[in-house]
Design a protein around this ligand. Structure first.
Ligand code: PAF
Length: 274
């Protein structure tokens, strides 16, 4: 495994190149992307870069877990070929002032609640694509909206990169794996599986039985019944356009239910097919 700090060190690839962009603090969710990448591509490149332009809250950036040594050991074990772990000025030699048009995909949910977040994601992912030049790139469905936005951006920029979405990896108690989970207190960690439990149960029992606004209200109420959790939003939206559903009869194709929930100072997101 070759560790590269500079873009020009990424050279001498073999065959098809797969890319897994990460912000480090790696967990089983990331490792599932690495495995998918390795089984589909000849060369696997993983980046570790905590991208400052996608944090709308400076405290969140400051507190974001950084565990590079452990991350490198895990990636070595997985048989990764290249790790790209640059400093900020390697990615942004000058401030990135590009503003992306994601065709409205960024106006709902995370985009609405974290202003500027997806523009920062667009900046870093397009820059990483330019440096790594992969044939395929792998992203987790936990960040479902991010995946849709990256697909849109890749097509818009005309990049010959296949974007591969991979299923959410959960702990045995159902909590979606996330780097932020390490920041949870033991009490909040014990409360957090309620998010998925409520979403999964609601997907079975509520569709078509109550109105969409009522379903969202019931889901938020059930999550917030746990005093250590506070729902920021629940949305039921098209899995393709991410447009919120007003009623079950709309022709939006497959629906998904999306949640953002605070567990103390930690903000968690999750989503399920609905
Ligand atoms: O999903 C993430 O970890 C990040 O948003 C990404 C795609 C690595 C860009 O910084």
């Amino acid at each position: 495994m070759k560790l590269c700090r500079r873009a020009q060190e990424l050279a001498a690839y073999r065959g098809t190149v797969g890319f897994v962009p990460t912000m480090g603090a790696l967990h089983e969710g990331h490792l599932s992307l690495v495995r998918a990448c390795r089984s589909a591509c000849d060369t696997t490149v993983v980046s570790i870069f905590v991208n400052p332009t996608q944090f709308n809250d400076p405290k969140d950036l400051e507190n974001y877990p950084r565990t590079e040594e452990a991350d490198l050991a895990l990636l070595e074990e997985q048989g990764v070929d290249f790790v790209f772990a640059p400093a900020v000025d390697e990615i942004y030699p000058t401030p990135d002032t590009r503003v992306f048009d994601f065709g409205g995909l960024d106006r709902v949910m995370e985009g609405e609640h974290r202003p500027g977040h997806f523009n920062g994601v667009g900046q870093v992912v397009s820059r990483l694509f330019e440096i790594v030049r992969p044939n395929r790139a792998f992203f987790g469905e936990k960040d479902f909206q991010q995946l849709a936005i990256i697909r849109h951006m890749t097509a818009q920029l005309g990049l010959p990169i296949e974007i591969v979405g991979c299923p959410i990896v959960r702990d045995v108690d159902g909590l979606a794996r996330s780097s932020r989970n390490t920041l949870l207190s033991p009490e909040h960690r014990a409360a957090a599986p309620r998010i998925y439990a409520v979403l999964a149960e609601a997907a079975e029992s509520l569709r078509g039985k109550v109105s969409v606004p009522e379903a969202k209200r019931i889901i938020a109420q059930r999550i917030d019944a746990e005093p250590l959790l506070r729902t920021e939003y629940i949305e039921i939206a098209s899995a393709d356009s991410l447009q919120p559903a007003a009623d079950w009869g709309q022709r939006l194709g497959e629906l998904r239910c999306f949640a953002a929930v605070h567990a103390g100072p930690v903000r968690l997101i999750d989503n399920v097919p609905f």
